[in-house]
Write a protein that binds this ligand. Structure first.
Ligand code: ARG
Ligand code: ZN
Length: 881
């Protein structure tokens, strides 16, 4: 059953006040709810009132203190219906729920002996009967009773207002949240938790207690998150003028969690993998991820909580904006270029693939069957790119004015993406009507750029065509407003840019960087007064989420790679050079000839390894070969990917570069020895990542690589270096070396769940003939647990998403493996089951496997009792031709 944006109706009733009383017991929990309901003046709907409720056992029902006549109400698997409700009334319900049996991890559940909740998007209806929709905002008072010894810590949203002992060794805590909020932001935690504590004084002088609750054993792993939180709080004050608004800010780490983290008001709940960090159990990337996610959830306090979404079609209103905010935060605190490179890579591989696949949808979808399936790269990452384009078009000041107006105008409201755009437009006195198409149109726009040079007049003309391919349900597309940032490079560097008809700027003004605004299917721009034919540096900073094609010659790419001002352009030019070299290899293989290494590429890579290269982190990113997923996405767009050929070419190129550059690579490794004491700071992360990138190339050089890796594994004081070395030994060593190294690592780290996840993931992504069998065997390993989403993602998700040649094995064994896990999880945790399916939905990209992939999808489609989550993904994947 599909829900459509066009069917939105305001709620019939509002619930200004909600009082909840939880009696927590392990084998059942009672939830008493007292709701003050009033008819919504904005609704003219009449008839019975429906409250959502799932898996609830109703024990008591009172309307204004009295049990209603049996014929005037009814209850089914989806909720409670009341006939002719009074204009204003008090509804009391008591329900019994079973958190221990809750394996879907939505609503109230138990994770390692701790009660916790996940209510976004529609989990609250598994806790109590409610108008479980984001435009019903209520002030909550929450009373929690539980055994005092087993659950000494009882948390909910807002401020704690009382605490007392009860009989029978139980205790009671009351929490009051003064801010009206939708039910998806409700949270409750009960457990035996330790906490680290700190304080933050807001710019306005509020003293906020900051606490991070973890299991006692993890106490030492909370400091990084705490430091990140304080950075985020300061940054939001400085960059957005947003201050925190309660006296406490709590974070809780939970091991069994479907997503990364959740922004519940005053009580953020985090997957342990996104909050715990220490050098022995967290990689450099992991530290950066914790910082970014802590900030992301904190930023939601304004972009999401104070101003929330009217309905779930508007999800990107809070997610796209908040991802943009956290990206800018990371860029400000770390390396802006690297952050942009990472985000562009994610977009170009995974989001472009989503846009080109059967589940393509706009940033604001028109319809869905299961909202959990729409927490996608399109809504989050493309949504953030749409906000970034606004920032580019309006400028920092204009954007900030729009954001200020948005928060001021809509504080305490549940609003739409249109409201966000309207605030941006009004604050800048501009019209963003056409720009808004980005919210409604799915698919990745393609820009084709051609140029012409008139030597005599010094005029250089760029002609840009835009076109967006059809997506399911959207055959025709309108042109979009696209900011195209660019520069023009001449022999001596950036050229000054004067468009035809403009008067040239004075000598002082820096006009070497321009943003052209595209809005027509085809537009031409002529730059005048140029001394020479330039090399165009296009799409600087990845200024729009588009594919861009311009017929660069390799020498031009080399020029951009070394000489452009923009880090993204330099990196992207290098990647294009590598893609070209990979094309050479594939062509030679297809022709049955011996491939040769492009000397231009070898020279470019050698230059990156030179001691004079300024930024080792950027050098590492530029030396990394384009990922297989990126190459598959590119090839798929060009008509279909031959995964084996891509893999073969990539491995050939890695080995060829390893051979050609062996000495420089070894020297580079020696030049960047491990730091005396590990710290996850930029000055160390860059050199470490460069050294480990070199090690990856040297893994193709037999003993040279193995000797370095053995030493590194033995001496490392941190997970980043250990994992990099372990990967080399497991991939390039012989069977004995591989198994010894893997077993030794497990023996040393088996008590650290997050490290074991890395160990599973590493094995899932090894390129070994028995990769499928290894993953299957690991599913029986004591370290694996189908009930823990992190384990499932690390092993099965990583295999299907990142071990492409083996997932796509010709006999279909990879598909069978994935399908089996999806089947096993369909009832147990439908959200995770549906998410795991993503690689199988991309059948169109792999022409030679279409039948096998669709066969597995069809097998799943025919299973009895498919969850809506899995049904939606499977049926939409099969429907599209
Ligand atoms: N709002 C959370 C975040 O972006 C994610 C919650 C996802 N929940 C879900 N049911 N898919 O930080
Ligand atoms: Zn979010």
């Amino acid at each position: 059953r599909s829900i459509r944006l066009a069917d939105y109706r305001p709620p019939m009733f509002l619930i200004p006040r909600t009082a909840l009383h939880f009696e927590l017991y392990e084998d059942f929990t009672l939830v008493h709810a007292t709701l003050g309901l009033v008819r919504n003046p904005a609704s003219d709907e009449r008839g019975p009132l429906r409250l959502a409720g799932e898996g609830l056992e109703l024990r008591e029902l009172l309307i204004d203190g009295e049990a209603p006549v049996a014929s005037r109400w009814r209850c089914d698997a989806e909720g409670l219906e009341l006939d002719d409700p009074p204009e204003a009334f008090e509804l009391c319900t008591t329900v019994r729920i079973d958190p221990r049996a809750n394996t879907a991890l939505e609503g109230l559940y138990l994770s390692r002996g701790m009660f916790c909740t996940q209510c976004e998007a529609e989990g609250f209806r598994r806790i109590s009967y409610f108008l479980d929709r984001p435009d019903v905002m209520s002030v909550y008072s929450v009373t929690i009773d539980a055994d005092r010894r087993r659950y000494p810590v009882l948390l909910s949203n807002g401020n704690r207002t009382s605490q007392r002992a009860l009989d029978d060794g139980r205790h009671r805590v009351v929490w009051e949240d003064p801010f009206p909020k939708p039910s998806y932001l409700f949270a409750l935690v009960a457990g035996d938790l330790a906490c680290i504590e700190d304080r933050f004084r807001t710019r306005g002088g509020r003293d906020v207690a900051l606490r991070i609750y973890v299991e006692e054993k993890d106490l030492a792993k909370g400091d990084h998150a705490m430091a990140s939180l304080k950075h985020a709080m300061r940054w939001d004050e400085e960059r957005y003028g947003r201050e925190y608004d309660l006296d406490v800010f709590n974070i809780v780490a939970v091991d069994d969690f479907n997503m990364g983290a959740m922004e519940n008001k005053g009580l953020n709940i985090f997957n342990t993998s996104c909050v715990l960090a220490c050098p022995a159990t967290t990689t450099d990337a992991g530290f950066q991820r914790v910082e970014a996610i802590v900030a992301h959830e904190y930023f939601h306090n304004w972009s999401g909580n104070r101003v929330t979404c009217r309905d779930w079609f508007q999800l990107s209103l809070k997610e796209g904006f908040t991802v943009f905010r956290d990206a800018e935060f990371s860029a400000d605190l770390g390396s802006r270029d690297l952050k942009r490179i990472e985000d562009a890579t994610l977009l170009r591989t995974a989001q472009f693939a989503e846009d080109a696949g059967p589940l393509a949808h706009p940033v604001r979808p028109d319809s869905y069957i299961e909202i959990n399936n729409f927490y996608t790269l399109t809504v989050y990452e493309k949504g953030a790119e749409v906000v970034r384009m606004l920032h580019t078009l309006l400028g920092e000041e204009g954007f900030r004015a729009g954001s200020d107006l948005y928060f001021e105008r809509h504080d305490g409201q549940a609003v739409t993406c249109d409201d966000f755009i309207a605030a941006m437009a009004d604050a800048n006195d501009t019209d963003l009507g056409t720009f808004k198409r980005w919210y409604g149109q799915a698919g990745t726009p393609e820009l084709t750029v051609e140029d012409a040079w008139d030597k005599d007049s010094g005029a250089y003309t760029l002609t840009v065509r835009q076109q967006t391919p059809a997506t399911p349900g959207q055959p025709g597309k309108a042109p979009l407003v696209i900011p195209l940032a660019l520069g023009l490079l001449g022999d001596a560097g950036n050229l000054r840019l004067t468009l035809e008809g403009e008067t040239p700027d004075g000598e002082q003004a820096d006009n070497t960087h321009r943003v052209l605004v595209l809005e027509e299917p085809e537009q031409s721009f002529t730059f005048t007064g140029l001394p020479e034919r330039p090399v165009p540096a296009l799409l600087r900073g990845f200024s729009a989420p588009v594919r861009l094609s311009y017929p660069y010659r390799r020498e031009q790419l080399r020029t951009l790679m070394t000489r452009d001002d923009d880090g993204f352009v330099r990196w992207d030019a290098g990647q294009q050079l590598m893609v070209a070299a990979l094309g050479d290899v594939q062509a030679a293989r297809a022709a049955g000839t011996t491939p040769a290494l492009d000397p231009l590429l070898a020279e470019a890579c050698a230059a990156l390894l030179d001691p004079a290269t300024p930024d080792p982190a950027v050098a590492a990113a530029m030396l990394a070969l384009p990922g297989e997923s990126t190459l598959v996405e590119l090839a798929a767009h060009a008509g279909g990917a031959d995964i084996d050929a891509i893999h073969d070419a990539r491995e050939w190129l890695r080995a060829a570069l390893g051979e050609a550059l062996e000495d420089v690579l070894v020297r580079c490794v020696r030049r960047h020895p491990p730091a005396a004491a590990y710290a996850p700071v930029g000055e160390q992360i860059g050199p470490r990542s460069l050294r480990n990138t070199c090690l990856g190339y040297l893994a193709t050089r037999g003993d040279t690589g193995l000797v370095l890796a053995r030493a590194q594994l033995a001496e490392a004081d941190n997970l980043t270096d250990r994992l990099a070395a372990l990967r080399v030994l497991a991939q390039a060593g012989d069977a004995t070396e591989r198994e010894t190294a893997l077993e030794g690592f497990y023996a040393a780290w088996q008590h650290e769940a997050l490290v074991v996840n890395h160990w599973l993931q590493l094995q899932a992504t090894l390129d070994l003939p028995d990769a499928v069998e290894r993953v299957t065997a690991l599913m029986e390993h004591p370290a694996f647990d189908l009930g823990n989403p992190n384990k499932v993602r690390s092993l099965v998700g990583a295999f299907a998403g990142a071990n492409l040649v083996h997932f796509h094995r010709a006999d279909g064994a990879g598909y069978g493996l994935l399908g089996g896990v999806v089947e096993a999880l369909n009832a147990r945790n439908p959200q995770i089951a549906a998410r795991l399916l993503t690689p199988l939905t991309k059948w169109r990209t792999v022409p030679v496997r279409v039948e096998a992939m669709r066969a597995e999808l069809s097998r799943l489609a025919a299973l009895p009792a498919l969850s809506p989550d899995v049904y939606e993904v499977v049926s939409k994947s099969l429907e599209s031709q």
